[in-house]
Ligand binder design. Structure first.
Ligand code: PRT
Ligand code: MG
Length: 217
């Protein structure tokens, strides 16, 4: 795309919903709602600004390679991605949750997680989980899953899970309990480093509007 056009990568669902007010503060209004539209490229009220709708965990990749100029991604996704090629100017304080260790109710986690012990941990976040347990001196076999981590301890696939918790409703409904807090998570603005230079005049006012709308200017 040309130097006066902008592509923004977003995932549908909670990040899209919570980004709408920020976009509006920057004068950007999507022409369609990705929940109902099957389109992957969505125009906006501004002829030079478009949105691309991608999986939450793919946002950093689109931005890293410059297929999108900027995007919004959870800190969970950014830690696992590593952040190469990304400028992260702003914590937008949206899509907040907590990265937690959880186990079946009644499981003696305190005993199982003594230093030197070995634990099977199912997660979509192998790097975050490995670092957490390394810090405690607990050996872990990490079992990588792509979703529904909550099932793993219930059917004997793992002793524990590392997953995101917001209301706690999913854990409760599945007879699990959170036993350790790893890190607080919220979503960040991620900008392609080259685009920030070349399209600075277009991107900086949007960053400023987002910062103000997110209460950080
Ligand atoms: O759904 P998909 O596989 O496409 O990708 P995704 O699940 O990564 O995307 P999405 O849209 O669900 O999440 C996007 C981002 O929102 C994540 O990267 C997080 O930064 C953030 N976020 C905030 C959450 C949650 N809250 C959250 N509660 N992401 C996921 N959850 C899940 C959690 O994994 C668990 O299964 O919701 C369930 C727990 O919720 P409670 O409310 O029952 O505790
Ligand atoms: Mg999801």
């Amino acid at each position: 795309m040309t130097d006066n056009a902008l592509t923004i990568a977003l995932s549908k669902g909670r990040i899209f919903d919570e980004t709408l007010p920020l976009l509006a503060a920057a004068g950007i209004v999507p022409l369609e709602e990705p929940g109902s539209s099957r389109k992957l490229i969505i125009g906006t009220n501004l002829p030079n600004v478009r949105l691309v709708i991608v999986r939450a965990s793919d946002v950093p990749t689109y931005v890293q390679y410059g297929a999108a100029d900027f995007g919004i991604a959870g800190k969970d996704v950014l830690i696992e991605h590593g952040g190469d090629g990304l400028y992260q100017p702003l914590d937008l304080k949206i899509a907040k949750c907590r990265m937690m260790v959880a186990v079946r109710k009644g499981f003696d986690y305190a005993a199982a997680s003594q230093p030197g012990n070995r634990l099977r941990v199912a997660t979509k976040y192998p790097d975050i989980a490995a670092e957490h347990f390394a810090g405690k001196g607990v050996h872990v076999d990490i079992i990588k899953l792509y979703g529904s981590m909550e099932l793993a301890p219930l059917v004997g696939l793992s002793d524990a899970i590392v997953d995101l918790v917001s209301t706690g409703g999913t854990l409760k409904a599945n007879n699990l309990e959170a036993v350790e807090h790893i890190v607080d998570i919220s979503s960040r603005l991620v900008v392609n480093k080259a685009a920030l230079k070349v399209k600075h005049a277009l991107i900086q006012p949007i960053i400023n509007a987002f910062a103000e709308a997110a209460g950080q200017s």
